[in-house]
Design a protein around this ligand. Structure first.
Ligand code: E4P
Length: 218
């Protein structure tokens, strides 16, 4: 499973890129607003840090304006994935950009039917929002299972399932069990993946016992 980080904070991106475990970055207008940074130069900086797909979302909702915005975004770098909303205009743009060799991430997916449309439009990624479904008492992970199953039925679908709106490590682990290709996670959730109390306890015991030996490997 690939790990993307869902943030527009450069310090977090640099920190996680240094682990060697980061495969890409996703941003959205809310994350850009939170960063306080100017959008296009920020995406350019992110693209210099991370080699994998960097999602940059169009701001408009009508096809002609989204098209113009996408033109600017895809010129930032070859590994920019233009992010479009799951609307008729968004999918029309998705098809056009995908046919032209640009990666497209279709966002705000909340149903299997929508995911089917995105695959038919040639999306590189479909972003089902697990946490936001959980928030309204629908099991977000059920949607991941449905989409993975549907995509598996058609080998000509190349769209990767990018699990979004991830709130905890279980969302990632359960999605991985289902075979989802990517999880995009807040930095804090990626860091939580390392944690286990028995690791801490076991390591403390090993350190203490090693000290008893009086030895040094160096
Ligand atoms: C996906 O690409 C979105 O940026 C993101 O995962 C949304 O998550 P949220 O529901 O925590 O805002």
């Amino acid at each position: 499973m690939k790990f993307f980080v869902d943030t527009a904070e450069l310090d977090d991106i640099k920190d996680l890129a240094a682990t060697g475990l980061l495969d890409g970055v996703t941003t959205n207008p809310s994350l850009i607003a939170k960063s306080g940074r100017e959008f296009v130069p920020l995406i350019k900086e992110i693209c210099e840090i991370v080699d994998g797909p960097v999602s940059a979302e169009v701001a408009a909702t009508d096809y002609p304006t989204m098209r113009k915005e996408a033109e600017i975004l895809r010129k930032i770098a070859d590994h920019v994935a233009v992010k479009v909303p799951l609307t008729p205009d968004g999918l029309k743009l998705c098809k056009e950009l995908s046919d032209d060799g640009t990666m497209v991430n279709v966002t705000l997916c909340f149903s299997a039917a929508q995911a089917l449309l995105a695959a038919k439009a040639g999306a590189a990624f479909i972003s089902p929002f697990v946490g936001r479904l959980d928030d309204i008492s629908h099991d977000g992970l059920d949607l991941i299972a449905d989409i993975v199953r549907i995509y598996d039925n058609y080998e000509y679908f190349d769209t990767e399932v990018l699990v979004a709106s991830v709130r905890n490590p279980l969302h990632i682990v359960e999605s991985a069990k289902m075979g989802a290709h990517v999880a995009t996670c807040p930095p804090s959730v990626i860091r939580q993946l390392y944690n286990h109390p028995l690791t801490d306890k076991g390591l403390a015991a090993f350190v203490k016992d090693w000290e008893k030996t009086g030895q040094s490997i160096l």
